[in-house]
Design a protein around this ligand. Structure first.
Ligand code: ATP
Ligand code: MG
Length: 424
């Protein structure tokens, strides 16, 4: 007999799989699950990662059930001996495990169609269902999901592979979970800011935080320093998504008022997309001469669909002779100022602009490290230039961090220089 479960306001997530306790695999499912549940107004109050271990898993399930009305487990629904989630959940919730003949049939049919052969006997484990559980169809894999409810709440079991879990959870969020959720949904916006350090941005945001806390509905703000940019995450709960969205829009307007053109994205677009949209709108083409970034800037520009409209070509000119031969940078200029210098970055930008006959030329030359630094030009020194008709910008940056980080920050600074040039 199942009595009516409480409506769902709090959730706990348990990710199951011994590989998730090694350095080889990261639990990403819980992030997706959190995002989906937040959309229903359900808060995630705790999460755990456990290996394929019966005792540990039983403990975590009991703990999770005590903390939240909704417990979402993912992983360990496979056919092998180490996949124990189904059995442990049946055990903890005091249900018998019974074979569901219709699932067995579906598994057999799937095997026949996909592998043109008999289903291995061990796969019958995937047809075992705790008594009274609802079976959730898995259109992308073999293990079905399971949903159980009793007086203390709902337990949901989903398979581990993200490509199977995602469509199943989306369907549940539109259906069974939606009907059982009690909270009001959370709406989010992200504002991305360039050219500020975190503490500076934080200081500028302080007065806004106070106003936002008193807004109706109140706005929660989280600042995340990412590489070469700051992300401000804003969220609000509203009985209707309309009221939360309107409130967030006014908060976004506040941020734009305070940060001006430093706030480069308010609609989820990445910097390369913002730059691409500006180029596209102005009907301009771009070419990049890259040294220390090794093509990263062009790689990012071409991550954007439709970039062939404005990316003409780029040149990776790593050596001095490449800068001279491919871009026409005078050898004497390199000898006089060094390869990592503003005059050389400018000559690279000019070189690619005239040789590729593009509207915007960009030149980047720097020391990514760990070797190659000197007292005057330490590792992380990067000269960047952007040139267009009638306008020239250049600057020497000092980035901190290891090779990869220096390369990324250089790409970010170059794209931002182009962005600022295009908006005037
Ligand atoms: P299967 O029927 O495929 O065996 P399963 O439910 O047993 O399903 P697992 O064997 O635990 O799933 O995991 C299958 C794959 O999904 C593995 O590659 C695993 O790394 C990945 N995976 C499992 N859990 C997570 C997670 N929390 N986040 C990201 N990937 C995961
Ligand atoms: Mg497994």
């Amino acid at each position: 007999v199942t009595s009516r479960p409480p409506s769902l306001a709090r959730a706990a997530i348990v990710a199951v799989g011994s590989e998730l306790l090694t350095p080889l695999r990261v639990d990403t499912n819980s992030l997706f699950i959190t995002e989906q549940l937040n959309g229903l107004g359900i808060d995630v109050v705790c999460k755990a990662v456990v290996g394929d271990d019966r005792a540990e898993l039983a403990h975590q399930i009991r703990y999770a059930r005590a903390r939240a009305e909704l417990v979402v487990l993912c992983g360990g629904l496979g056919p092998t001996d180490d996949d124990v989630t189904r059995e442990v959940v049946a055990d903890v919730t005091g249900r018998a495990l019974l074979e569901d003949a219709s699932i067995t049939e579906r598994l057999r049919a799937r095997f026949a169609a996909r592998f043109s052969g008999e289903m291995p006997a061990i796969n019958r484990r995937q047809a075992m269902v705790p008594q009274g559980a609802t079976v959730i169809e898995n259109t992308a894999g073999s293990a079905p999901g399971l949903l159980m409810e009793d007086a203390s709440g709902v337990v949901l079991l989903l398979p581990g592979p993200p490509r199977e879990l995602k469509p199943m959870l989306r369907a549940l969020v539109a259906g069974a979970l939606h009907d059982r959720a009690s909270g009001s949904p959370v709406t989010r916006r992200v504002v991305r800011i360039a050219g500020r350090i975190e503490s500076q941005a934080e200081e500028m945001l302080q007065p806004l935080y106070r106003a936002w806390a008193d807004a109706m509905p109140p706005i929660t703000a989280t600042i995340l320093a990412a590489l070469g940019q700051i992300e401000l995450h804003l969220s609000a709960r509203g009985a209707t998504t309309g009221s939360a969205a309107a409130c967030l829009q006014s908060a976004v307007n506040d941020v734009i008022r305070v940060f001006g053109t430093d706030a480069f994205s308010v609609d989820g677009r990445a910097l390369e997309q913002v730059v691409g949209d500006l180029l596209s709108a102005a009907g301009l083409t771009i070419g990049v001469a890259e040294s220390c970034t090794g093509g990263l800037i062009t790689s990012r520009l071409t991550d954007v669909a439709g970039s062939s409209k404005y990316v003409e070509r780029s040149i990776v000119s790593y050596s001095n002779s490449a800068k001279t031969e491919l871009l026409g940078v005078p050898a004497e200029l390199i000898a006089a100022h060094g390869a990592v210098s503003e005059p050389v970055a400018l000559a690279m930008a000019d070189g690619i602009r005239s040789r590729a006959r593009v509207d915007v030329g960009v030149g980047v030359t720097g020391i990514a490290g760990p070797g190659g630094g000197s007292p005057e030009k330490p590792v992380g020194t990067v000269a960047i230039a952007a040139v267009t008709v009638g306008e020239t910008r250049s600057r020497v940056f000092r980035f901190l961090g290891e090779r990869e980080l220096v390369k990324f920050q250089a790409s970010q600074a170059a794209l931002d220089m182009v962005r600022r040039m295009l908006i005037g």
